[in-house]
Design a binder for this molecule. Structure first.
Ligand SMILES: [Zn+2]
Length: 159
């Protein structure tokens, strides 16, 4: 399942990537562009733009019921039945490309030395060349993943 998130709900794309789902972010606000791109790339539109409702039956979309990102994630997981398909930390948060695990030796000199010393697992994004590892930043994200996977809707901080 491939998604196209419109500019009104940009943070949602990041969260869906965090959970391993293919979610492109559409920066231009124009609904015509959004629809065109969704058709070309065979993606389901996720939007808060009410103009989409007129296109019912013509294009696949899900109208987001809320402005709150966490609740949008929950709604998408629920609507498409995706909770069992969550694969956290398998996709680049920045560019949506699937990550590849890389041997530790390969990142020597590419990440800060203390990071290299402390960490064992590294992942590489072939899209934007970022290197990921289990850092402190990630604990917050892991909390998010647990929350989404468990389906609880308690308040949580932002990324
Ligand atoms: Zn990337």
């Amino acid at each position: 399942m491939r998604f196209l998130v419109d500019s009104m709900a940009g943070k949602l794309a990041r969260y869906l990537r965090l959970l391993g789902f293919d979610a492109e972010y559409h920066r231009e606000g124009d609904i015509g562009h959004l629809v065109k791109r969704a058709r070309e790339e065979n993606r389901i539109i996720l939007t808060r733009n009410t103009s989409i409702l007129k296109l019912k039956g013509e294009i696949d979309f899900f109208f987001l019921p809320t402005e709150k990102t966490d609740e949008q994630v929950m709604a998408v997981l629920e609507h498409f039945g995706l909770r069992g398909e969550i694969k956290p930390f398998t996709r680049c948060l920045e560019c949506n490309t699937p990550l590849e695990k890389v041997p530790r030796e390969r990142v020597k000199g590419l990440v800060p030395f203390h990071v290299y010393l402390v960490h064992r697992e590294f992942y590489f994004c072939p899209g934007c060349k970022r290197i990921y590892w289990r850092g402190t930043h990630r604990e917050k994200l892991e909390e998010k993943v647990r929350k989404f996977a468990g389906g609880h809707s308690e308040k949580a901080g932002s990324l």
